[in-house]
Design a protein around this ligand. Structure first.
Ligand code: DX5
Ligand code: ZN
Length: 216
């Protein structure tokens, strides 16, 4: 079970300090939300920030969540900036299989993300290419939104398909994860939990501990 703090809710004026805090608290993934103002309404950060953090020898998986149109145009730049795992949105990829193969050919892990309204069936034929599926449990674009409950069923169904096929694919869940629902998300079959506001809005050590206690 792995925690992936989303730096979207960090203090950008003290980004490195906040990242060090989640690293020291034992979080395994650093979730970096890249938004372009087209695929989602918000604009956030790009490869320069990934590169700047990578130079700081942070011992976490650099988990880049691309909420952008035309992700193919930016794969090389994120790879060169230090991404360890790149997740693209199914809804943004015209040739998803080709995009995933492109990511993997650069030696980084490949994930695909599904918006709440996108059915699992859309990725059925690319499962063999995947290291991770990211189930969005909010509509992407902003931190601090409420968890969409029917996503628990979606996670269960995905877990069942992965197990039936005997595949080794992580299930990451992103959006509205809090101490009061993380256990149910785990029981549904997820193993990587993104949390932004639940970790950065308050004392980071306490917040990480609260989430971790629920996963025991
Ligand atoms: C939403 C982003 C999430 C977000 C999570 O578009 O992909 O990673 O930052 O934030 P919380 O945990 O506050 O919902
Ligand atoms: Zn995200």
């Amino acid at each position: 079970m792995k925690l992936a703090p989303s730096i979207l809710s960090a203090d950008f004026a003290r980004l490195l300090e906040d990242v060090k805090k989640v690293e020291n608290a034992g979080c395994e993934y650093l979730h970096i939300d890249v938004m372009d103002g087209h695929f989602v309404p918000n604009i956030t950060i790009g490869p320069l920030v990934v590169k700047a953090l990578k130079k700081e020898n942070i011992n976490m998986v650099f988990d880049v969540h691309l909420m952008i149109e035309n992700p193919d145009n930016y794969i090389d730049e994120f790879v060169n900036s230090g991404a360890d795992l790149i997740t693209v949105h199914e809804e943004a990829c015209t040739h998803l299989h080709r995009t995933l193969q492109n990511i993997k050919s650069k030696g980084v892990k490949a994930g695909v993300s599904l918006n709440p309204a996108t059915p699992i069936e859309n990725i059925y034929y690319v499962l063999e290419e995947l290291d991770m599926v990211l189930i969005m449990s909010v509509n992407p674009g902003f931190g601090g939104q409420s968890f969409i409950e029917p996503m628990l069923e979606k996670i269960k169904k995905l877990k069942q398909i992965i197990d039936e096929k005997g595949l080794d694919i992580d299930i990451q869940v992103d959006g509205g994860i809090k101490p009061n629902n993380i256990k149910r998300v785990k029981e549904a079959g997820a193993n990587i939990f993104v949390a932004g506001s639940a970790i950065f809005n308050g004392n980071i050590d306490d917040s990480v501990k609260k989430l971790r206690d629920e996963l025991k």
